[in-house]
Ligand binder design. Structure first.
Ligand code: S3P
Length: 167
């Protein structure tokens, strides 16, 4: 069984949807960010602080490469995993890739009080989310086998939509 890989912006619900999908399929769930935290023993903001975004991206590619070898697993990726062409190739080749597409306004409402996402610790996080969304939406679509239009991003609805199209 090939793996199921969830992609999309910060706050799209990849982790919540992934956990529920894995539970219902009776397979293991893994979150790439959590895997990095487990491997390094420090938080994502700490990695950004010490190694910069470039250092974090290397760790992200490594974790993704390792996790996608596991048959059947459901994987929630970080929102920026699609930036690297090597990651995109790897995802497309190893799994069924599902894009959880949630509008920027909702992503902003969900993440506005979050201090755990270094890319959003800027003066105008709302504009940052819109900018990231515009830049990344074409990349998510390029690599996705399936695009789920998340509407208000209700996780239960997204799980059901995915189950309709993924065996
Ligand atoms: C990032 C998303 C985060 C995390 C890191 C960078 C991004 O993951 O990997 O803060 O570039 O969009 P989530 O999408 O799970 O928030």
């Amino acid at each position: 069984m090939s793996c199921l890989i969830l992609i999309g912006m910060m706050g799209a619900g990849k982790t919540t949807v992934g956990k529920e999908l894995a539970r219902r399929r009776g397979v293991r769930f893994a979150d790439v960010d959590q895997e990095i935290i487990a491997r390094t023993g420090v938080s994502i903001p700490t990695i950004f602080e010490i190694e910069g975004e470039a250092g974090f991206r290397k760790r992200e590619s490594q974790a993704l490469n390792d996790l996608t070898r596991e048959s059947g697993i459901v994987i929630a990726t970080g929102g920026g995993a699609v930036l690297d062409p090597g990651n995109r190739e790897l995802m497309a080749g190893r799994g069924v890739v599902v894009y959880l597409n949630v509008p920027p306004q909702i992503l902003w409402e969900r993440t506005r009080t979050d201090r755990n996402r270094p890319l959003l610790q800027v003066e105008n996080p709302r504009a940052r989310i819109e900018e990231l969304y515009r830049a990344r939406d074409p990349l998510y679509r390029e690599v996705a086998d399936i695009v789920i239009d998340g509407g208000r991003g209700n996780p239960g609805t997204m799980v059901r939509q995915i189950e309709k199209v993924v065996q």
